[in-house]
Design a protein around this ligand. Structure first.
Ligand code: SF4
Ligand code: SF4
Length: 141
């Protein structure tokens, strides 16, 4: 069922145009479904086979978007513009991107605003990284 946020009935409290795109950077796994591959193919005017090979990779037990170097976070989605921080394939982006964050608030946007306000510096970018507890425990051994 479509959420009220996705349906546009709830006013969101974040502004992606004023964000550095944490979501397109810190998540290593952006799922690409078969329908997403077809949408990517149509967007670029290529066959689904070419789109899958060119834009996706099979990792972590699934098909995900390819990534590239990023000036802020080290790595980010292949389609994130490194300077504007906008999606370069907005109309062709996968469903997972369309649904994120799926709530009226975005925690990463709030961290960004909080840090900029508390340090009175609108240029600050807190670098966020996802680490899983089991990885930390393994590294500590
Ligand atoms: S992290 Fe949140 S506010 Fe920033 S671009 Fe992604 S959804 Fe938008
Ligand atoms: S396809 Fe666009 S919206 Fe999705 S992760 Fe990449 S840059 Fe972000």
């Amino acid at each position: 069922m479509e959420s009220a946020v996705a349906a546009g009935r709830t006013r969101v409290q974040y502004d992606c145009n004023k964000c550095v795109a944490f979501c397109c950077s810190i998540y290593e796994r952006v799922e690409v479904t078969t329908k997403d591959v077809k949408r990517l193919a149509a967007h670029f005017g290529v066959t689904p086979e070419v789109a899958e090979k060119r834009f996706t990779v099979h990792r972590f037990g699934g098909r995900i978007l390819r990534r590239k170097r990023d000036p802020f976070f080290g790595k980010a989605c292949k389609f994130l513009h490194p300077e504007t921080r906008g999606c370069t394939i907005y109309e062709g982006r996968p469903q997972a991107c369309r649904e994120y964050p799926g709530k009226s608030r975005c925690g990463y946007y709030e961290v960004l605003q909080f840090e900029r306000e508390i340090q009175d510096d609108p240029t600050i970018v807190p670098i966020v990284r996802l680490t899983f507890k089991k990885q930390l425990l393994k590294a500590a051994r």
